[in-house]
Design a binder for this molecule. Structure first.
Ligand SMILES: NC(=O)c1ccc[n+]([C@@H]2O[C@H](COP(=O)([O-])OP(=O)(O)OC[C@H]3O[C@@H](n4cnc5c(N)ncnc54)[C@H](OP(=O)(O)O)[C@@H]3O)[C@@H](O)[C@H]2O)c1
Length: 301
């Protein structure tokens, strides 16, 4: 018989963080179900967060004790010109999931970002004042508040600059290596500072917090602060690739639609103290991911 207490649903399990949540949760003895939206993966069920009926249907059918929501519109520039669609995906479903979980006594784990801050004075603690610069950042800030005010048990995982093996090959490290291997150039901002985070580590820490019955906001990111150009250069160096294709620019030269927090990044004192473990540093995380460069398009292992 299924132990309902260790049954979880990952909405957005076809994405970078979601795929690692699925794998790690199972390793830790949870029965984990997962959904995709536009990128079908065997074993995952289709769910669009904007389909309220389907969302309620899957919650009522599975009755998970934990609903993890990495699923979101994550393209920051697209979000900037599609505010309504972004809020319909990143905010409204959180209200529905939180209200369902409150009635069921379940836990909602929501994934958020350092883009809830303006990047004037990062790295940030959990309780620093929010001031998002973009539609994406605002959608996350509002969804956080909805979950906190809902009366449901809510765990908010704020992370940033996530890299790792993934099926869709979308994250910055994978795009960087592809560009360098094809002899191309990639412009990388040297004035954007963050704390790069290894997806398997984010997943590990999330499940540990769940197992410890934690609620509230937790920063879960790598412990090292670095600008994006240095991070890109490190990726190339660790894999023996030449760095000359990595061009350092200032953010404003990229003419991106959405504004980015420049001095971002997250401080991880709270999660480190709670779990007694420091998140993986960037050299160790990248080495694990890039080990011989094999099998990057997967989240196994
Ligand atoms: N990656 C980062 O650097 C980073 C940093 C800070 C915070 N976060 C947050 O962490 C979470 C996960 O990020 P990620 O990097 O794993 O993102 P990702 O790789 O872009 O994955 C996003 C996931 O959301 C799903 N999704 C998108 N639209 C959906 C919809 N309308 N209905 C249902 N599912 C939908 C996607 O499904 P399909 O692919 O199947 O369409 C995918 O599974 C996000 O909430 C993001 O805001 C990420």
């Amino acid at each position: 018989m299924t132990d309902q207490k260790r049954k979880a649903l990952v909405i957005g399990a076809s994405g970078l963080i979601g795929s690692h949540l699925l794998t790690r949760g199972r390793v830790m003895g949870w029965e984990v179900h997962g959904t995709y939206n536009s990128f079908p993966i065997e074993g995952l069920r289709h769910l669009s967060l904007t389909d309220r009926e389907a969302l309620l249907g899957i919650l009522n059918e599975l009755r998970p004790s934990v609903v993890l929501v990495p699923g979101a519109i994550t393209n920051v520039d697209w979000a900037e010109t599609h505010e309504e669609e972004t809020f319909a995906c990143n905010v409204d479903p959180i209200r529905l999931i939180a209200s369902w979980a409150r009635d069921e006594g379940g836990l909602v784990v929501f994934f958020s970002t350092d883009y809830v801050f303006d990047g004037k004075s990062g790295p940030y603690y959990e309780d620093n004042e929010k001031n998002p610069l973009s539609v994406y950042g605002r959608s996350k800030a509002v969804a956080e508040d909805i979950l906190i005010d809902s009366g449901a048990r809510g765990l908010i995982i704020r992370t940033t600059g996530v890299y790792g093996k993934e099926s869709q090959g979308k994250n910055f490290v994978l795009r960087l290596l592809k560009t360098l291997d094809s002899g191309g150039e990639i412009k990388v901002p040297k004035d954007q500072i963050g704390s790069p985070s290894h997806a398997p580590d984010v997943a590990r820490f999330t499940w540990r917090l769940i197992d410890k019955n934690q609620t509230g906001i937790f920063n879960v990111s790598g412990p090292c602060l670095m600008d994006r150009w240095t991070f890109a250069t490190l990726c190339a160096q660790l894999t023996g690739r030449p760095t000359k294709g990595i061009i350092d620019v200032r953010t404003e030269e990229l003419n991106q639609v959405a504004r980015r927090p420049l001095k971002g990044g997250l401080l991880v004192h709270k999660v480190t103290k709670t779990l007694g473990v420091l998140p993986q540093d960037v050299v160790s995380g990248l080495s694990e991911m890039l080990d011989s460069g094999k099998g990057l398009i997967s989240c196994e292992g």
